[in-house]
Design a protein around this ligand. Structure first.
Ligand SMILES: C[S@@+](CC[C@H](N)C(=O)[O-])C[C@H]1O[C@@H](n2cnc3c(N)ncnc32)[C@H](O)[C@@H]1O
Length: 353
């Protein structure tokens, strides 16, 4: 039956939401611009500044900075009073401190990259093809590295690895580890720094990412125990791995089943598979919240088209959830899959033979 009556309040509320949304979409670009130009960092002490002072500090033009500051003030990112603008210390932790566990500028950078594929994606919606990780702007690779490294620095060594059965002991005495879909190697390098007795191989099909990962290992002084190889998740060489890890990569694969089978075959008899995945519930309803919204957005513009660009075309999606991932691992022959840890942003799963 057709709906004939318009609920005025509902219409007004949605119209208001749309204005907020358009403002937020524009501010995604302006946050990254502020990050690139050091505008937030120049306000990180929380002291009120004029546009002229901020422009002076950052070598930028006052007129542009004034407009940017007004957008930030209207967005609630900075506070405004008497012609001066200040970045609250709590906001500086999210926007201006590279060592903070709350830093989120990498995610803005990634968001900027993925919205850039809109026109191509509209064609893919119709022709059914995918968009590979390698086809995106480099902001996606760098933004992802920065965004995910925050979580790895905060949780990987402190919480996630200790939650796995017997893995830390092996890493401390000398384990052999594969990091599949390693990207720029943020997790691989971090692991190598934490466990000097172990050896690590980072694997990614994207040659550009592997090149950067090798540079990161050199810069961190761990290149003696970390190698990076260009290879697919189901065809890298090597066996006897004590740990095969997928950091935010399993759902991106065209053929996660083949990757899981390959990992199982490449494991040492008592080895462990670690999957760090975006936090998600198993039903759509459970994901209808701000985190789910952000992940569904990345999924539509990046992870799902990435998977559909590869043989297998599984399209698990960023919000696959534990049950869907465990089903793939079960089909690959893993006898035990359990949630070892979680954060508001991540599910941490352990799979054993
Ligand atoms: C979301 S990124 C995560 C990168 C990295 N693990 C991190 O946490 O920063 C997903 C990665 O999976 C890689 N990838 C996608 N499909 C792959 C495949 N079939 N084989 C190997 N790597 C793949 C991409 O190139 C990309 O680097």
């Amino acid at each position: 039956m057709a709906v004939t009556e318009i609920n005025e309040a509902k219409l007004e509320a949605f119209f208001g939401l749309v204005a907020t949304e358009i403002g937020a979409a524009l501010n995604v670009a302006l946050v990254t611009l502020g990050d690139e130009l050091g505008l937030y960092r120049a306000m990180a002490d929380g002291e009120p500044v004029t546009a002229a002072e901020l422009a002076e500090r950052t070598g930028t033009l006052e007129r542009y900075v004034l407009e940017w500051l007004n957008t930030q003030a209207a967005s609630g990112y900075v506070e405004y009073a008497d012609g001066r603008y200040s970045l609250p210390l709590e906001h500086a932790l999210v926007l201006a401190d590279e060592t903070s566990p709350f830093l989120s500028t990498g995610s803005f950078q990634s968001a900027n990259a993925v919205v850039g594929i809109r026109k191509a994606l509209a064609e893919r919606f119709v022709d059914g093809h995918g968009v590979g990780w390698h086809e995106h702007d480099h902001d996606l690779w760098h933004g992802t590295e920065r965004a995910f490294a925050v979580g790895y620095r905060t949780h990987l060594v402190a919480d996630w690895l200790p939650a796995l059965d017997g893995v830390v002991e092996k890493l401390e005495t000398g384990a052999y580890v594969a990091d599949v879909g390693c990207g720029h190697g943020a997790s691989t390098v971090l692991l190598a720094q934490a466990y000097p007795a172990s050896r690590f191989v980072g694997i990614d099909y994207h040659a550009g990412s592997i090149e950067t990962a090798r540079r990161r290992a050199e810069q961190a002084g761990v290149a003696d125990r970390v190698t990076f190889e260009v290879a697919g998740a189901a065809d890298y060489v090597g066996t006897g791995f004590d740990l095969v890890a997928f950091f935010d990569a399993f759902h991106d694969l065209g053929d996660p089943l083949a990757a899981a089978q390959h990992a199982r075959a490449a494991l040492a008899p008592d080895g462990t598979v670690l999957l760090v995945e975006p936090f998600a519930g198993d039903t759509v309803q459970e994901n209808l919240n701000p985190i789910g919204r952000m992940y569904y957005g990345f999924s539509t513009m990046c992870c799902t088209p990435g998977s559909l660009s590869q043989p297998g075309r599984a399209g698990l999606g960023t919000q696959a959830g534990q049950a869907a991932i465990a089903a793939v691992l079960g089909e690959a022959g893993f006898g035990s899959v359990r949630r070892a840890a979680e954060t508001p942003l991540n599910l941490v799963l352990e799979a054993r033979r």
